[in-house]
Design a protein around this ligand. Sequence first.
Ligand SMILES: [Mg+2]
Length: 262
Amino acid sequence: MAGRTLGNRSRTIATLAVGVVVGGVVAGGGYALADTKAPRTDRQITNMTNEVSDIKAYYGDTVDAQGEHWASPTSNYANQVAGIEKDAKKYLDNRARHDKGKKKKAIVLDVDDTSLSTYNYELETTFVYNPAGNAQYIATKTMPAVFGMNTLAQWAEQQGYTVFFVTGRPEAQRSYTAANLAAVGFPTADASHLYLKNKENPPAYLPCGATCTTIEYKSGTRAHIESLGYEIVANFGDQYSDLSGGHAGKTYKIPNPMYYLP
Ligand SMILES: [Mg+2]
């Protein structure tokens, strides 16, 4: 993996052109983009304060009485996601009605910022990911659904699709993840429908074992789902690493300008 691993994932603010030290943590992009040419002048770099302002405006930043930040359902982010969901629904509807094949049909969803919104967490941490703090957040808080993804997943299930979740969250976060998905209206994320990254006891179907990159882990897990007799008709993710590596059907990229994961 090109980036420095911070717990179960590496990350950086997506728009940074070079690695920087933020709050004592070296952002992973500094490694991933190590061969990127250094900006010749500061004018080639988006000012980070302005970038954060843009992100908040895009998500329709709303502050509640407790001072918590949330995305707005009328934001440009919500509108953009709704457009992607509309396209996906049309495609899935068409496939469900006109292509009654022999195989069981499925869709695959990533969790963070595809099914569940981490916007509140990102604002709480000023976009600096920390594995321990993230685990604590996941154990104690309920993330809202990414606007409309819960109803899309429920609808797909009613059309006969089996809904699988494939996440880079560690196996230790299984119960919190399943409970959060259920609490905000997703189809059942029981043991046979929710795949988490298990570095301690990697499954035999992943030859890369404990050292899988995200693309290897996710595409290998999708290949395993196919081996169970499913056709993956559509795959939804907010990172390109959620969508690469094949075994994905039609891919839908959910917007996420907050961070980049290789
Ligand atoms: Mg994600």
